[in-house]
Ligand binder design. Sequence first.
Ligand code: G3P
Ligand code: CA
Length: 341
Amino acid sequence: MRLLTLMFIISLALVSACGDIGAEQTAEAEVVPQATATPARDDKPIIIAHRGASGLYPEHTLEAYAAAIDMGSDFIEPDLVMTRDGVLVARHERYLSETTNVADKPEFADRLMVKEIGGTYREDWFVEDFTLAELKTLRARQPRADRDQSLNDQFAIPTFTEILGLVAISNGPEMAVGIYPELKSPRVFAELGHDMEGALLKAMSDAGIAEAGVPVIIQCFDPDTLRSLDAKTDYPLVQLLPASTDERLSPQKIAAYADGVGPWKNIVMQSRGGPLNYMEQARGAGLFVHPYTYRSDDIAESAESFEAELEQAFLLGVDGVFTDHPGIAVAIRDGDAASVN
Ligand code: G3P
Ligand code: CA
């Protein structure tokens, strides 16, 4: 880990330990439009560190993001949800039991409740019921049982502002890394009275991300959220596409408000000689294509190995990939596969 990155993480840990977390942004923040920053990287496909270097570290921690930056990732990808007091924090799910030690904290036993998620009910602890100060007492865990568990219960849940600080300090003459945030469950947080879009844009404005020239791409599954953001910011927007074909928008419709698509990877791979030709359709509509998620422990049936799957994607001409293993992806993209063995 680079010295500057390590120093930054240590300083954040000391600040949190002192309880000085009152300077975070609020959900009621005024929206401030920002300048566009390009996602282009010398015409090579970009490597997007999915939840950080989440193949090796507990996902969505500063340590996972810092490792991904050190591996040469072009972007780091935080999924964002909101605390009860309206602070954006990095978690993939609103529920906390799979990625933190919340179940081992008796002081939060009364927060266990049943809520509906995507049409099913789940008993769990939910991020919107915790203040930031409470959330900061939790520690992250590796949710995939077949991955390294030795780093569990050490790292805190970071705020979006802390992640932006890490990105800002990591940029310089010899390195450029961008931020690729995803707004999760925007309708749920709007119903709770939070303004996720405003908080997202204000956090980046407050961090001076545009002035520092940090590349930014904003992603979401919800088209209405992206249409709303399109009226508020010039940052590139990406429409995520789920595996379900029922919910798939046409590239022509997406191009009216977004700059790119983030399809489930099999949507793209099916286009190889298949009937969908999704890459061609998206390109024809002027959209760049960043499929998700490339994982060494979840490879496509059509690929003989993780490395072969990445090579297939690059040969197909994708503009970037979301991957849990950015170090391997950087090496494959740069023709340096020997370095990953
Ligand atoms: O954001 C790209 C990809 O991460 C979308 O899927 O569920 O892992 O956020 P998910
Ligand atoms: Ca995501």
